[in-house]
Design a protein around this ligand. Sequence first.
Ligand code: 5GP
Length: 182
Amino acid sequence: MSKVFVITGPSGVGKGTLIAELLRRVPGLELSVSATTREPREAEVDGRDYHFLGGEEFDRRARNGEFLEHATYSGNRYGTLRTEVERRLAEGRSVVLEIEVQGARQVRAAMPESVQVFVAPPDPAALRQRLECRGTDSGEAIDERLRTAELELAAQQEFEHVIVNDEIESAAARLEEIVRNE
Ligand code: 5GP
């Protein structure tokens, strides 16, 4: 049966790496490509990493009800287009969403049958280290992401499944187990 898997957790926790590993381990799972008003980073490709939209276009689509969920995060907007999810479910394929906590809550309300996984860091310092190593955000943007992370970490008990990303192999194995059990 096709399912929606929501993977959430603070920026820098390694959701992207874990999901890439999950998709490698579980054939047939597909990642929804989100829309965002954030500027593309070097090496990001429109339509592959995100659908990069202008603010007005994002607003228009939001007004038209085209998003399953959408949220403002660090001054930019992010959202899951219904088409990304619905066409896959209609064809019997399962979908993975990589989204922040406000969006995860909206999906939980709209689709209580979705499976929700919160990825937590082994300790808060790991987030700063990861964001700094990634080198994609300015110092100010990192500080802003870390402030948001504190709120996100406080929300983890809302989630059905929590995975501590202490080590990629074991965290990926736990994520794979959750997905396969569903
Ligand atoms: P980044 O700018 O690092 O690509 O993403 C910032 C945050 O937005 C991350 O926590 C990421 O998971 C989240 N995000 C990405 N796509 C979506 C989306 O479609 N909806 C929501 N609510 N958050 C998203």
